[in-house]
Ligand binder design. Sequence first.
Ligand SMILES: [Mg+2]
Length: 389
Amino acid sequence: MSSPNKITKIEVFRVPPRWLFVRVETESGIVGWGEGTLEGHTEAIEGAFKDLAERFIGWDAEQIQDIWQHAYRSRFYRGGPVLMSALSGLDIALWDIKAKRFGVPVWQLLGGKVRDRVRVYVWVGGDKPSDVYDGAAERHAQGFTAVKMNATDAVSWIDTPALLEDTVARVREVKSLGLDVGIDFHGRLHKGMAKQLAKALEPLAPLFIEEPLLPTQTEEIGDLAKMVSTPIALGERLYSRHDFRPYLERRAIDIAQPDVSHCGGISELHRLASYTETYDVALAPHCPLGPIALAACMQVAASAPNFVIQEMSLQMHYNEGADLLTYLVNPAVFAVKNGYVEVLDETAGTGLGIEINEALVREAAAKHSTEKAWRNAVWKGEDGSLREW
Ligand SMILES: [Mg+2]
């Protein structure tokens, strides 16, 4: 196989706060960047990349579909968070390479753009949702018109209803600033509590409620969707079109939230946009991750008709040691104005539209390699039993 874009090198970099960047080099010298972050399991992705490098060095980087199919289908086991996050990181880097070769932004290769700017939202509060009002006021001042917050702290299978009153009060405070509010149940609640909270929040007209139950509960989420008018969002823990299928057929969701670093990269996010559109479901890519994942989402956001809003991790509570813009040479591409970020166009360069500070990535990865990787908290109830985080 002779191609000017033969893959010659695949490297991964585990960097703070909890991200995994992928760098793919080709014979012609074009370098592509991807992100295969799997929060809390980054070492597993590093392991998966040993196999991907072994398989795809020497392949033509422009055969994105063929590489995707082989990465997904040529081995007996497929799907799931680890293999799909690794495939996602590789896929994003390949789109970056292809678009750079043609000297265009990736969205040009997806059929062109259908919008000029992309609505975005950020987080307020942390895992323990207190003092959200001050955080929301700060976000409002930064130019955001929409935010997301956690609904609750740890919740038992059946817990005190007083806990739900606190959530309603906090959402009301944030809404008083004129912000749209998405509320992430985070799969923390079980059915008996989730249906009460969904009903209690309904009069406040949230933008959406996210993961109202764990993604194992397709049928129960479908029931919830019939019970409240609030849009139901979900998808960060689904890893391909196949995983979305039962939710769509059950009419269980109104907003699909695939994560470009877990669902199969730009290729699968683009396919999911079309697939969900046929069910009249909106697309809001999940992205509490780094700048490469965000840039990849922005490419699909520019071109997908059913796209509605993009998550971004600017100053997110997990971003310790580095923030969304830290590794960028051109951070201004993600400037927020009146709740929108401009589509990453030709002026932002080609490919993904971002320029990575490679020296800083290498330095951070070398330092971080001896440090403990990020892990999520493990929560226990007052009785000592495990609760969902
Ligand atoms: Mg979530």
